[in-house]
Design a protein around this ligand. Structure first.
Ligand code: GTP
Ligand code: MG
Length: 452
């Protein structure tokens, strides 16, 4: 026997949206926990992964989800921060996701990070639904705790209902301005060509049954085949964060999307200079329905199967980079897996040209996102790397043929002291921002200026 065990894995759901629009609150409502209370300033600073089993979904969704209709095991949610300085984490969350929820505050509508999230979803071709959150703030709203949304809307005064509908049509209009045909989810027949809008309230739980039912239905209908994996095969995942953990040194927060990882497995991880080959010392997992980033009491487990968030403790992880692939080596020569990881990293690397701008970013995810934004703006790139701005970057930028290319675009990285001095001396212009589209915009404005 080959020992293969075909199984359906949990679809990965990224929760994206502008700051304070209610991403964490929505997940809290689902979890029945209060992660939000443990957060500094209620800003989510790290990606967390939360597994919600089918039974829980069916309990919350009541009549909307009959567990017998599903064979997917549940949903794995990845919360992402909406604060403008966390573009990278959004990009990584978006790239990993099988499906996404774009959370939009009904009163606030589309905001900068909503647009950024839409760009990520377009680029990664991730199907998504929109959670039009905070419907309870509609003037005159009469809350119906945990009720399906259509029922609750029918129970409102005409005035409240039409106020909400106005706000919802505003969002549908904004989606269409961004090239997505959208409608209230109950009117959508073809979810592949249309975005469903689900009115919800994280505060009262209204619409949450619908949200989970739609996600589960979409996953089952369109993603079932992609979810069929050998859960005992060698694991594959993506590094979300590289973190110091007391007693373990540097650890990797990983979302595993294929196969399994076991204690003592040899793994290959993308590193700053070359792939790192190391051995798993411990696999640390939060309990079900708990959050990896707030859970202090990790449980050591012998094996983790996809899809799951897991913290991997292993030696030699200092050079591991967020956004890089992680692969388990089993019944395959290590060198082969190293080559595969190298190839995957090269695929993530940005295509460069003879002449163009220099780009530095903090992670592979952000580097890719900036490169895409630059490609769209038809700005050529001569050098694109993860890491701080160093003197050698200035040297490269200063040799550009055109003045508009004597620049460095730096995203979320430091500029080394020597580099700053050399940039001044050699007339290399530095652009720094922690918001991707602002970085590109500022550069474009600069080009307009010098070419005028
Ligand atoms: P970041 O992680 O910082 O991007 O924010 P977030 O999108 O996770 O928002 P969060 O869940 O922290 O909520 C922001 C604020 O909105 C909090 O004060 C919540 O209590 C409030 N809030 C969230 N959802 C609702 C809702 O449905 N109704 C009302 N009235 N308030 C809500
Ligand atoms: Mg949050």
């Amino acid at each position: 026997a080959s020992g293969e065990e075909q199984s359906l894995r949990t679809p990965i759901v990224a929760v994206l949206g502008h700051v304070d629009h209610g991403k964490t609150s929505l997940l809290d409502r689902v979890r029945g926990s209060a992660v939000i209370e443990g957060e500094a300033g209620a800003i989510t600073q790290h990606i967390g992964a939360t597994a919600v089993p089918l039974e829980t979904i069916s309990e919350i969704s009541g009549a909307l989800v009959n567990p017998d209709d599903f064979d997917l095991p549940g949903l794995l949610f990845i919360d992402t921060p909406g604060h403008h300085s966390f573009s990278t984490l959004r990009a990584r969350g978006g790239a990993l996701a099988d499906i996404a929820i774009l959370v939009v505050d009904v009163n606030d509508g589309f905001q900068p990070q909503t647009l950024e999230a839409i760009d990520i979803l377009k680029r990664t071709q991730t199907p998504f639904i929109v959670a039009a959150n905070k419907v309870d703030t509609t003037p005159g709203w009469n809350p119906n705790e945990n009720s399906p949304i259509q029922q609750s809307m029918e129970a409102q005064s005409d005035r409240a209902e039409s106020r909400l509908n106005e706000a919802l049509y505003e969002i549908i209009g904004q989606l269409s301005e961004n090239d997505f045909s959208a409608d209230m989810y109950w009117r959508v027949r073809d979810f592949q060509g249309n975005v469903g809008v689900v009115p919800v309230s994280a505060m009262t739980g209204e619409g949450v049954p619908d949200l989970l039912a739609v996600l589960m239905g979409l996953s089952q209908r369109y993603m079932k085949e992609a979810m069929a994996i050998d859960v005992t095969g060698p694991g594959a995942g993506t590094v979300l964060e590289v973190k110091d953990e007391r007693g373990f040194g540097k650890t990797l927060d990983v979302v595993l999307y294929d196969g399994s990882v076991r204690t003592d497995d040899t793994i290959v991880v993308g590193g700053l200079n070359e792939p790192i080959v190391t051995q798993v010392r411990a696999l640390l997992q939060p309990r079900p329905l708990a959050e990896i980033r707030t859970e202090k009491q990790f449980e050591k487990v012998p094996e983790v199967r996809a899809a799951a968030g897991v913290k991997i403790a292993a030696p030699d992880l200092d050079d591991a980079i967020a956004g890089a692939p992680v692969r388990v080596v089993r019944d395959q020569p290590v060198a082969e897996v190293v080559e595969e990881v190298q190839a995957e990293l090269a695929g993530l690397e940005v295509e460069t040209e003879e002449e163009g701008v220099v780009v530095k970013a903090d992670t592979l995810g952000s580097l890719e996102a900036i490169a895409d934004a630059l490609a769209e703006a038809e700005v050529p790139v001569v050098r694109a790397e993860v890491g701080d701005v160093a003197p050698r970057d200035i040297a490269v930028a200063s040799t550009a043929n055109e003045p508009k290319h004597e620049v460095i675009l730096a995203f979320n990285v430091d500029v080394l002291k020597d580099a700053e001095r050399r940039a001044n001396e050699q007339g290399v212009r530095l652009f720094e921002s922690d918001v991707i589209y602002q970085l590109v915009e500022e550069y474009e404005e600069y080009v307009d200026e010098i070419e005028r």
